[in-house]
Ligand binder design. Structure first.
Ligand code: NAP
Length: 332
């Protein structure tokens, strides 16, 4: 099978397309014939060893000390069940599935653990749309619903609102009944309003004003002292990107009382993926796709993600199938 490989850490050009043996599903595993995958900020960080703020050593201990631990990158995929390992129940050959693999997703075939984040793709959702959902959608859902416990009527400021996570955060916050102020670059206002933002600010032009119950910074644009001034007494600052400095800020926030700060690392589960798909079925969440690249242009896809100026998900079309109508939102 054709697969993207990363044999060392480095710039996007180190990525290659190689012919590798098709993986065999072990007990409890599902082999997926991958049709589409997404290229995420996590894929870029793992390829370049670009770990944020002072976390380089911890990052390399997890991801591989001298080179990426996994030869084939890519985590979020959509495709068809191609084989079932021993003991797998609840799935059938040929079913359309969306899955978070962890690694090995930028290839024609990949392995998912049947107990983990794998779900049937609902009718009416195509492979590109399904692949575009998990990274941004699961992250936004976990941070807003589980960590912040966002409630109807609360006010939330979302920085990086048009990004890979932000475009889903706006929708999920609005679905919770919160009042959303979205901060993004120029030209994003109309679509962000369409996703549920009540107010849109351009970070290159507008000052951020107002009081908020939650500041969710998906891009690393705000520090604790600034967010503290924007938060209500019981408010919460939730930065997605954090390093040693933010750990220090969080300790200071705990000691000084008043608004809180929380640091969290998201996970993936079947239940969370199902909840996300339920939001889609209820018409409260739309996949947002910035652009699509064929497998062979994986380096270009990585370069785009690395700019930190994209709108929604970047989709790798591994083996596009002919499918029905797209309901995708594009932000540009
Ligand atoms: N803690 C965790 O568990 C966890 C989980 C997932 C992701 N993450 C991290 O979270 C980060 C977010 O990922 P992502 O994929 O959403 O990033 P992204 O797509 O690269 O975000 C870029 C977006 O941010 C906007 N932006 C750039 N500068 C801004 C500024 N100063 N103020 C407001 N918006 C600005 C850009 O808008 P324009 O294009 O208009 O400039 C663009 O839409 C990544 O660093 C990732 O590693 C952490």
């Amino acid at each position: 099978m054709k697969a993207v490989t990363a044999r060392r850490y480095g710039p996007a050009d180190i990525l290659r397309i190689e012919n590798l043996p098709r993986p065999e599903p072990g007990p409890g595993e599902i082999l997926i014939r991958i049709r589409a995958a997404s290229v995420t900020t996590a894929d870029w960080r793992l390829r370049a060893a670009a770990f944020p703020g002072g976390l380089a050593i911890i990052g390399r201990l997890v991801a591989g000390l001298w080179k990426p631990r996994h030869l084939v990158p890519g985590s979020d995929v959509a495709g068809e069940v191609a084989a079932l390992g021993a003991g797998v129940t609840g799935f059938e050959m040929g079913q359309r599935v969306v899955a978070v693999l962890g690694h090995g997703g930028h290839a024609e075939y990949g392995l998912a653990k049947a107990e983990d984040a794998v779900a049937l793709i609902p009718e009416g959702m195509n492979f590109d749309e399904a692949a575009a959902l998990p990274f941004g959608g699961l992250t936004a859902q976990e941070f807003l619903r589980d960590v912040a416990q966002l409630r109807a009527g609360q006010t939330v400021l979302i920085l990086g609102a048009s990004g890979g996570v932000g475009a889903y955060a706006v929708q999920i916050a609005a679905a919770c009944g919160a009042h959303v102020t979205a901060v993004a670059g120029p030209g994003r206002a109309a679509v962000l309003r369409g996703l549920g933002a009540e107010r849109v600010l351009d970070y290159r032009r507008d000052a951020i004003t107002g009081r908020f119950d939650l500041v969710f910074d998906t891009v690393g644009a705000m520090r604790w002292p600034e967010s503290r001034r924007l938060l209500d007494k019981d408010g919460l600052f939730l930065p997605l990107n954090f390093g040693l400095r933010e750990l220090g800020h969080m300790l200071r926030a705990k000691l000084s009382g008043g608004p809180r700060m929380a640091l969290h690392v998201s996970g993936d589960s079947r239940a969370a993926l199902d909840a996300l798909l339920e939001l889609w079925r209820a018409g409260k969440l739309r996949p947002v796709i910035d652009s699509r690249f064929p497998l062979e242009q994986i380096a270009a896809a990585h370069r785009l993600v690395e700019t930190r100026h994209r709108a929604g998900a970047v989709v790798l079309e591994v083996d596009p199938a002919t499918e029905g109508q797209s309901q995708t939102t594009g932000l540009t």
